[in-house]
Design a protein around this ligand. Structure first.
Ligand SMILES: [Cu+2]
Length: 99
């Protein structure tokens, strides 16, 4: 009986491990973007960022101009910045990068 409990715990640990490693390898980069005037702007920027390899999620606050990008692994801020600016007529300024 004790052995079953131990192997169940071990299985839990093994299953949980990739998630932990994954979280540690991810990064969050926040930009302050100017030039966004409507929801379509936010959509265009979101799509451009999602096309960058490694990008997992994009959160945009149109009012403050803050764009937060979560990526698996270390995606260069300059790469993300270029993607934002390629969406057309926007200027991105790096505000914060974690991971
Ligand atoms: Cu717009």
């Amino acid at each position: 009986m004790k052995r079953i409990v131990v192997s169940a715990l071990l299985a839990l640990f093994l299953v949980g491990t990739p998630g932990v490693v994954f979280a540690e390898g991810s990064s969050e980069t926040v930009f302050r973007v100017s030039g966004m005037t409507c929801g379509m702007c936010a959509k265009a920027i979101e799509r451009a960022l999602e096309d960058v390899p490694g990008v997992e999620s994009v959160a945009i606050d149109g009012d403050s101009g803050r764009v937060a990008v979560t990526a698996a692994g270390d995606v260069e801020a300059t790469t993300l910045e270029a993607a934002i600016e390629s969406a057309g007529g926007y200027e991105a300024e790096l505000e914060e990068k974690q991971g």
